[in-house]
Design a protein around this ligand. Structure first.
Ligand code: NCD
Length: 299
């Protein structure tokens, strides 16, 4: 593994290795990345992804240099290309964690980088480390991934986390997916083609009433406000799917509710105390997965 750019690059063996390493890092006291430098280059907002990567690096003994608003405060503001920026950062760091507003940016970055580039979200493209931590959450909280029924809800057109997780699920057996979204925000044809090729059954629905009682996991997402041309357009979809205790009551007792976070209004705060709510745990697992990825790339 040289770079982490998209979910398709992982096979079951890699995934298993990352999960085992993540398990073993829970009680880590070693500093295997002492003397290494991670550059976090963020052109779009982030809380969890940047902090968990930076915390992961520090916990493994490494150091961090960071720009959390690269669109404004890096030389991109002066017109520098991503390729030039990456070539320069190559001289100052040992690994680059990149969040960018353009789909495919991390692949462009990796093409000119001698040090590993990790895609921490590229526009409406992918977010592969989120997908790994999502899958790890399913493994830890449900105990298995095969034979899973999962519903993805919300802005499936613009949300990169669902796209990346769907690619990973395509590698498992007897998965059943329900894509629940307004017609205008349906999951991309590339994902559907991939699932067909991998014999994963899926259905596209506009509401969740019929499936709440069937699923093992509900993966709620935010309507991606920043991808809409106008506020008016965004307001059409905001608040379309709000998970309250009413819906949670219809979900099976052992099932889990996930969300990559940040949430706006799509999960009512009252749901947080339900034993089915796994979204804060999910963010916690992100730290272990990111420690595992950094360790694998740098040692
Ligand atoms: C997600 C993202 O940035 O794609 N956030 C995250 O990394 N946990 C989801 C989102 O912003 O809705």
């Amino acid at each position: 593994m040289k770079h982490v750019t998209e979910s398709q690059q992982f096979d079951l063996k890699n995934i298993e290795k990352i999960f085992q390493l993540a398990d073993s890092l829970e009680k880590n006291k070693d500093l295997p990345l002492k003397g290494k430098i991670m550059a976090s280059l963020f052109y779009e907002p982030s809380t969890r992804t940047r902090f968990s990567f930076e915390s992961a690096m520090l916990r493994l003994g490494g150091n961090v240099i960071t720009t959390e608003n690269a669109r404004e405060f890096s030389s991109a503001a002066k017109g520098e290309t991503i390729e030039d920026t990456i070539r320069i950062v190559n001289k100052y760091a040992d690994v680059i964690v990149l969040r960018h507003f353009e789909k495919g940016a991390s692949i462009r970055a990796a093409a000119v980088s001698k040090i590993p580039v990790i895609n921490a979200g590229d526009g409406t493209g992918q977010h592969p480390t989120q997908a790994l931590l999502d899958l790890y959450t399913i493994q830890k909280e449900i105990g298995k991934i095969d034979n899973l029924k999962i519903a993805f809800v919300g802005d499936l057109k613009n949300g990169r986390t669902v796209r990346s997780l769907a690619y990973l699920l395509g590698k498992y057996n007897a998965i059943e997916i329900f894509f629940i979204s307004p017609k205008a925000l349906k999951i991309g044809a590339d994902i559907k083609d991939y699932l067909k090729r991998h014999k994963i059954s899926y259905q596209e629905l506009e509401n969740w009433n019929l499936i709440l009682g069937k699923i093992d996991a509900l993966y709620q997402t935010r309507i991606q406000k920043e991808r809409f041309k106008t506020e008016k357009e965004y307001q059409k979809y905001k608040g379309k799917y709000v998970l309250t205790m009413n819906e949670v009551g219809k979900i099976k007792n052992k099932s889990i509710i996930m969300h990559p976070l940040p949430r706006v209004d799509e999960i009512a705060v009252e749901v947080d105390s339900s034993p089915k709510a796994a979204y804060f745990k999910q963010a916690e697992y992100g730290l272990l997965i990111r420690m595992a990825i950094l360790k694998l790339l740098l040692t």
